[in-house]
Write a protein that binds this ligand. Structure first.
Ligand SMILES: [Zn+2]
Length: 135
């Protein structure tokens, strides 16, 4: 409806998300105001990397992901995911990001397996149905 001239200033609705770090005081609690978007990734910057102010933990909005258990630094991880999402093969992604082929392969598999779950979650998370909200 409204023209969106400055997409960066729009509010990110993070009320559906909660910190994924088990030892965080706000672990699993939504709407605590502890989360911010610290980065975006993907071909259209469609994926968000969230940051928890309470415990300084960073994680994908695609919560509880095996992807982010990786030992890669977040920027490398984002680069790998971005390339994979872009349709790059494992070998090409490894070469472009400087990440080992094995790690890329693992991430690709995890991303694939996660995508399906993610889809289900996003469908279940439809913001049009606030009566399903928790907390
Ligand atoms: Zn936290």
């Amino acid at each position: 409806m409204q023209p969106e001239q400055a997409p960066d200033t729009r509010m990110d609705d993070l009320s559906r998300f909660c910190c994924q770090r088990p030892d965080c005081p706000l672990y699993g609690r939504r709407g605590q105001g502890n989360l911010t978007v610290c980065a975006r990734y993907g071909t259209a910057q469609q994926h968000r990397l969230l940051y928890c102010r309470a415990c300084k933990y960073r994680f994908s909005e695609h919560k509880s992901t095996p992807l982010f258990d990786s030992r890669l630094p977040p920027d490398k991880l984002i680069a790998v995911l971005a390339h994979l999402a872009d349709g790059c093969g494992v070998r090409q992604t490894a070469r472009l990001t400087g990440v080992g082929k094995n790690a890329v392969c693992r991430l690709a598999k995890a991303a694939g397996a996660h995508a399906q779950r993610l889809h289900d979650e996003l469908v279940a998370f439809s913001p049009q149905h606030p009566q399903g909200a928790v907390g």
